[in-house]
Write a protein that binds this ligand. Sequence first.
Ligand code: MRU
Length: 324
Amino acid sequence: MRRTIDWADGAVEIIDQVALPREYRTLRLTTVGELVDAIRRLAVRGAPALGGAGALGVALAAFACDDADAVRADAERVAAARPTAVNLSWGVSRALTRLAEGPDAVLAEALAVLDEDERLNHEASARAAELILERCSRRPLRLLTHCNAGRLATVGWGTALGVVWHLHAAGHLESVLADETRPLLQGARLTAWELAEAGVPYRVLPDSAAAAAMARGMVDCVVVGADRIAANGDVANKIGTYGLAIAAARHRLPFVVVAPSSTVDPELASGDSVVIEERAAEEITTFSGLPVTPDGTKVFNPAFDVTPAELITAVVTEKGPMVP
Ligand code: MRU
C-alpha cells in the first residue's frame, strides 16, 4: 500500500488529504515552502505523518542549499508550521542530527524515521488491541474513534485505526463508530474512507451524538490517537477528545490512546503547557464555502484539546501500555 508521505525522485510525495474522499491524488512537493503550505492546509496531517514531513523537509532543504545555517533556518520554518503535534519538531531534530554529514545522510535519517513510524505504529496498535481484548468482555467489539488516526495520519498502518485493522483481521470486530470531527471532518472524510477501503463495517456520527451512543450501549471502548503526550500522561489530541473522555468515564468505558513513542514529549510535565493551535475563523463561519453565521461573527476554533491522564485508561506505545 502507498505510504501517506514518502521521498520520490528528489521531492516529497504525499497523498493529498484535502482532496479525499472525492479524489485520490498525490502531490509532489519540491520546496520547503510547498511543504510548509501543505502542512498548514492539512494536505499532510496527523502527528506521526507530520514527523515524517518534518524529517523529509530537512532533506529537501539540505539538497537545495549547502549552507548549514540556511538549512537550519528552513528546518525551523518546517517545525513551526503547526505547533501542537510534537512529532513535527521531533522529525526535524532527528534529520538535523546528520546535517554535518551532507544531504544524503540527512535523507537516510529521514527515511529511517519513515520506516520506524510504520513499524512502531504496527507494534503499538497490536499492544493496544491486546489490552482492549483484556478489558472488554463483549465479542465482537464495537469501537468508537475520533478524528483520523489511520494510515493517512501516519506514514503507514495507523494508530487507533491500527487497532481496528488488528481486531478486524482476528475476527473480533463488529463495527466502528467514527465521529465526523468538526470542523474539518477528518472522521467523515478520511476515517470513513479508510474503513470503507478496508471493508470494515462503520457508521459516521456527529460528534455531538457520541455520548448518546455510549448511553444507548452502542460502544465497548473508545480508541483515539494523540498529538502530544505529556510526562504525566495528559494527552493533547483533536478537539472533542476531552469531551469524549468525560463521556466514556461517565459510562465506565475504557478510553485508550495509541501512539508511537515519538508522540511522547518527556520535556512537558503536564498538558497545561501544550501550545494549542487556533485555526482560521472561516473553518467555523462557512461550510463548503457558504457562510453559515451572521457577518462579523467571532469564533473560538482550537484544533486540539487536552485530556487529563485521570480520564485515560491507558496510553499505549510500541513499548506497551502506560496506565496513568
Ligand atoms: O489536525 P489534524 O488532522 O492533524 O489532527 C490529527 C489528530 O488530532 C490525530 O488524532 C492525531 O494526530 C493522531 S494521528 C495518529
